[in-house]
Write a protein that binds this ligand. Structure first.
Ligand code: UD1
Ligand code: CA
Length: 471
């Protein structure tokens, strides 16, 4: 149910100056998802009406917002005049009694953290509640510090802070919950900050303090509220997110031969008793069943691996489905809506694209199967190629159940290889093969007795052997 006493604003208009890149940082990927996706997903899970403040590169950001939260509204901040000004731009959208404001660049926050903030805010009746974090490391920079002295509370930004960092090591996380009435009254009163001419949302804390309005803080571990202002901080945040994902998989019976070497996107699921080998990449849209073995250096993207599947090393699988008990690889490439039915085997140096492979069918070595509809218990010999493309359009090769395709056959599509038929090794098949027939499509062999000796002698005599083509 939509939480009507609450609405949320995500600040996402900033210029990402400290990234030193051309694109806004909020479209950069962290474990397979754009940075902006993280606050959007949290708010979606809380069912809160959300408005995103966009500005810098809004044309890149808006499609991403729509992808993750189609119901989100967006409001433009035409000039980036600070976090306080960003919130001011949304004034016309305020409708709920409480307004949650999130920086767009805090991707490690948990849903429980926001729930805790909401609970404290509502139960205390505070005018403003904020998430804070302690960090005594003097090398950590870029955060506003919460200063509480002589019953006065304020947030002092890094650039304005002149005190002792060890004494003031409580940071502002950039996540605030305001009573709408408080915002309506005090936000328009913010003054441009002398240093940069910006309006700081953080100055509202001092306002609340001056006006004797109630301020509440909840403290969350630093690693959950890290902001991402630089590429280095993005790398650190991704590392932490990955550790979080791997920890949760380890707790649920998934084993990793070298967890530090694995790359996993945040939407990947993996079943118990599965083993993930060294350097494996599991990219977005992937689901892995139970008791699966994925050996070293495999890349799996947007693919579904059912239970009891074995993927041998250096295999690449994308946008495909591998059913129970299949074996793939090493060095196999399965892609573009391919389906491998139960217990089929795709071996080394086999590429399969836009194809369906039936139950217990085997293509164990060096084959190309494209636009192929292959039945069950078919054997595909080494070097078999479906010639699916004539330079203009693609055509289908159909191979029915129990057919046997000998080594190095070329199957020129469109063609149907009938049930139980045999295609002789080395054949170039241009016409369909009836069920249970033997198709041989190759030159007959001629053996010339003793000809090898005569030929060699002739070469030696001339010392100028003829090119092979003229024999
Ligand atoms: C901000 C806080 C700081 C806090 C830190 C936590 C202020 C003044 N400072 O600093 O106290 O410790 O977050 O991570 O708020 N944005 C806009 N419009 C603008 C400027 C920024 O929408 O004009 C957006 C940015 O896209 C970003 C968010 O606001 O998502 C925060 O801005 P950023 O510049 O990263 O603030 P910090 O310097 O990190
Ligand atoms: Ca920031």
């Amino acid at each position: 149910m939509l939480n009507t006493s609450l609405q949320a604003l995500i600040l996402a208009a900033g210029k990402s100056t400290r990234f030193n890149t051309t694109a806004t940082k909020l479209t950069f990927s962290l474990c397979g998802q754009e940075l902006i996706a993280f606050p959007l997903q949290l708010l979606k899970s809380l069912n809160v009406h959300t408005t995103v403040i966009v500005g810098y590169q809004k044309e890149l950001l808006i499609p991403v917002i729509q992808k993750y939260m189609p119901s989100a509204q967006w409001v433009e901040q035409p000039h980036q005049k600070g976090t306080g000004h960003a919130v001011l731009c949304t004034q016309d959208t305020w409708h709920a009694d409480n307004i949650l404001v999130l920086n767009g660049d805090v991707p490690l926050l948990h849903k429980e953290d926001l729930e805790k903030l909401i609970q404290k805010h509502i139960s205390t009746g505070a005018a403003v509640s904020c998430i804070a974090t302690y960090n005594a490391d003097p090398s950590v920079t870029g955060y506003g510090r919460i200063i509480i002295q002589e019953e006065k509370t304020c947030i002092v930004e890094q650039r304005d802070f002149t005190g002792d960092p060890a004494e003031h090591c409580r940071f502002n996380a950039g996540i605030y919950l305001f009573k709408r009435a408080f915002l309506e009254r005090f936000l328009p009163q913010l003054e441009a900050h002398s240093t940069h001419g910006e309006l700081y949302i953080t100055d509202l804390i001092q306002k609340a303090s001056d006006e004797h309005e109630r301020i509440e803080f909840i403290d969350i571990p630093f690693d959950r509220v890290r902001g991402v202002n630089t590429l280095r901080e993005l790398w650190v945040a991704e590392h932490l997110k990955k550790s979080e994902l791997i920890t949760s998989f380890l707790e649920n019976g998934v084993r990793f031969t070298a967890p530090q070497s694995v790359s996993i996107d945040s939407d990947v699921s993996i079943g118990a008793d599965t083993v993930i080998g060294y350097g494996v990449q599991l990219r977005k849209g992937t689901t892995v069943g139970t008791n699966v073995f994925i050996d070293a250096f495999c890349t799996i993207e947007n693919a579904h691996l059912a239970n009891d599947v074995t993927i041998k090393s250096h295999s690449v699988i994308s946008s495909s489905t591998v059913h129970r008990g299949c074996t793939v690889g090493p060095f196999a490439h399965i892609h573009s809506r391919t389906t491998l039915d139960e217990k089929s085997v795709i071996g080394n140096f086999v590429e399969v694209t836009k194809s369906s492979i039936g139950k217990q069918t085997k293509a164990k070595h060096l084959a190309y199967l494209g636009n192929a509809q292959i039945g069950s218990e078919v054997t595909i010999g080494a070097g078999t190629v479906t010639c699916n493309y004539n330079g203009v359009s693609k055509h289908v090769t159909t191979i029915e159940n129990n057919a046997f395709i000998g080594t190095h056959a070329s199957l020129i599509a469109p063609v149907i290889i009938g049930e139980g038929s045999i295609v002789a090794a080395g054949s170039v098949i241009t016409q369909s093969v009836p069920a249970y027939a033997l198709a041989i499509a190759r030159e007959r062999q001629i053996n010339k007795e003793q000809y090898a000796v005569a030929l060699k002698n002739r070469y030696l005599a001339s010392k100028n052997p003829l090119p092979e083509a003229s024999l």
